[in-house]
Design a protein around this ligand. Structure first.
Ligand code: ARG
Length: 588
């Protein structure tokens, strides 16, 4: 090994640190191949492995290389690796793997550092400075349904992961406040409840949607009127505008209640917000020769797509495509976002594919979708009921979100009462814990599998205290806290002693997993896959269980060290909960 130039860091992304070391080694080992990137991954046999030798061998063989086989390259990579405290030893294995064993002492020190300086020191660093996360985005006058709940939960976690990575996140609620439904609703209101009756009728907005939609579908004359109403609304007709504002306000209050319960922050910039930018946007497309007329409508044809983007309908109305293009223009130019992330159900994939392609065609986005500014569509699967069909209540109606959250909370409260917690805790404690567990269960169940898959909504499963559920994990956390508390030791004092020793195999395995937190968040965040974080959290609890069942903590000779390991586990667990939008509980 050669001496390290820079003083190595003890914090942050472990894998990145190894990549840096191997990069230095590769530059010395194969100076003629400067573009080779280190291939470092979690090891199958040891802690990590570097897989470059095999690929390098096929590149250099027969070109007068000094190496005789891949294993020789692997050996040279080891020889040229900068010496550092982090790596305990390296070995090579056929045909040319480099296996890395980390130093337990270094691992312990890194964990101690995190305990002293905070988990923020493990935050990933991303190259993006400003990102928009467009999520939740229900449609005014329609009830928010489980699909919007999924978007809200997933979008919030993505935003939290980015925020933790020091990205400025613009959390945008792109509510549907502008479509055909408003023409339909307003005309229906005016027809059924003329004059003063309108006000009161609006209060019951949800009840209006169904009958007005039925009329819209059945009565062509009404349909035409409704379509005209949309155009009048978009043209700022004062009467229509006032009614529309009232409709929006009522829905907004309904949503606010849900967001508050879920502790999700969002800033509403709905479809209508981008109206002032539409004319210039269309002008830009026009000047680039991209707008065509088709049956009285203005459209933009997109390479490889049969259906064009509809910019202006023949009646003069704008569409979902128009507002999305205007919003993108605004986000790129006014908000200077470098990454714009849209979270919707997979059913909208075609819309986003086409719209992204349109933006590339105009030249707003680079051709290469990895280069900034970039856009990503996070698509999630359908929420199904226990019967495997679309999630509905007993009356075959879409389940309102408030009811769903109520039910999760009630069930978790019942389970706590069954365990006689109502005798032990104050009513507030009982209520808060029931809420943390109930809502946490809903959120975790939503994200624990790859979100692109459909998922079956089952209260029994999500509220089970066994297996990969929020309940199980929250209990695991509470148990750790109670172990620390029972010791009667002051953890802040213990942190200062610097006594963490990872000499038992299960301590070491837990320590390694803790240190892999940073790279996991980075991967979950850059690949937009929240389930990676859930998997990490569940594995953490498994590692902890193994450690705890073999290593006595309280009153043992290694009590201080093991309490520190317990504390580090609790800290990392809490950060995972935080990123998943789940409130931790401290006692059970
Ligand atoms: N309102 C839409 C819906 O409920 C989702 C909007 C997503 N965001 C966007 N910029 N298109 O399906």
């Amino acid at each position: 090994m050669v001496a390290a130039k820079e003083e190595e860091e003890t914090m942050g992304n472990l894998k990145q640190q190894l990549i840096k070391l191997f990069d230095a080694s590769l530059k010395l080992t194969v100076p003629d191949e400067p573009s080779v990137k280190p291939l470092v991954e979690v090891g199958k046999f040891e802690d990590y492995q570097c897989n470059n030798a095999m690929g390098l061998w096929s590149k250099v063989k027969g070109k007068g290389t000094q190496f005789t086989r891949p294993l020789a390259i692997a050996q040279a990579i080891v020889t040229n690796l900068p010496t550092c405290d982090m790596v305990e030893s390296c070995s090579v294995a056929q045909p040319g793997y480099v296996n890395v064993v980390l130093s337990a002492k270094w691992m312990a020190k890194s964990i101690e550092n995190m305990l002293i300086n905070g988990i923020e020191t493990w935050a990933p660093t991303l190259s993006v400075k400003i990102a928009v996360v467009d999520f939740s985005s229900p449609n005014i006058a329609k009830k928010m349904h489980v699909g919007h709940l999924r978007s809200t939960i997933i979008g919030d976690t993505i935003a939290r992961m980015l925020e933790y990575s020091n990205v400025e996140v613009l959390r945008r609620n792109h509510v549907g406040d502008w479509g055909t439904q408003f023409g339909m609703l307003i005309e229906y209101l005016f027809e059924k409840f003329p004059d003063s009756a309108t006000e009161t009728a609006i209060e019951n907005i949800q009840a209006l949607y169904k009958p007005s939609k039925m009329k819209f579908d059945a009565d062509p004359e009404f349909k035409q009127k409704a379509q005209k109403a949309v155009v009048r609304l978009q043209g700022e007709d004062p009467v229509y505008h006032k009614t529309w504002e009232k409709l929006c306000e009522i829905s907004r209050n309904d949503y606010a209640e849900i967001y508050q319960r879920l502790q999700v922050e969002l800033e509403e910039k709905g479809e209508s917000y981008y109206k002032p930018y539409i004319a210039d946007m269309i002008e830009e497309l026009n000047s680039k020769g991209l707008v065509e007329e088709s049956d009285g409508a203005q459209v933009m044809f997109i390479k490889d797509f049969k259906t064009p983007c509809m910019l202006v309908k023949s009646d003069g109305g704008f569409t979902y495509d128009t507002t999305d293009l205007a919003a993108l223009w605004y986000r790129l130019n006014k908000e200077e976002a470098e990454w714009i992330i849209y979270v919707t159900d997979a059913g909208q994939q075609e819309h986003f594919d086409r719209f992204f392609k349109a933006a590339r065609q105009v030249g707003w986005l680079p051709e290469n979708d990895e280069t900034c500014p970039r856009v990503s569509h996070v698509k999630f699967g359908v929420v199904k009921g226990e019967d495997g069909k679309r999630f509905r209540n007993r009356d075959r109606e879409i389940v309102p979100l408030a009811d769903l959250l109520d039910e999760a909370k009630t069930r978790s409260k019942d389970a706590l009462i069954e365990r006689a917690k109502d005798k032990e805790w104050t009513p507030e404690e009982l209520d808060q814990t029931a809420e943390a567990i109930g809502y946490g269960a809903v959120k975790y169940a939503d994200m624990k599998k790859n979100i692109s898959t459909d998922y079956r909504f089952s209260y029994d499963e999500m509220l089970s205290d066994k297996g990969n559920t929020a309940v199980y994990l929250l209990y695991a956390h509470a148990r750790i806290c109670s172990i620390i508390q029972k010791s009667g030791k002051d953890i802040d004092e213990l942190k200062k002693t610097g006594n963490l020793v990872l000499d038992h195999a299960n301590e070491r395995a837990l320590g390694l997993h803790l240190l892999q937190f940073a790279e996991t968040v980075e991967e979950a965040c850059t690949k937009l896959l929240p389930h990676l974080l859930c998997e990490y959290l569940y594995d953490l609890s498994e590692h902890y269980t193994k450690f705890y069942s073999t290593c006595q903590v309280n009153c043992s000779a290694k009590e201080t060290s093991r309490l520190l390991l317990c504390e580090a586990t609790a800290v990392v667990m809490r950060k995972c909960f935080h990123l998943l939008g789940i409130t931790p509980v401290y006692k059970i």
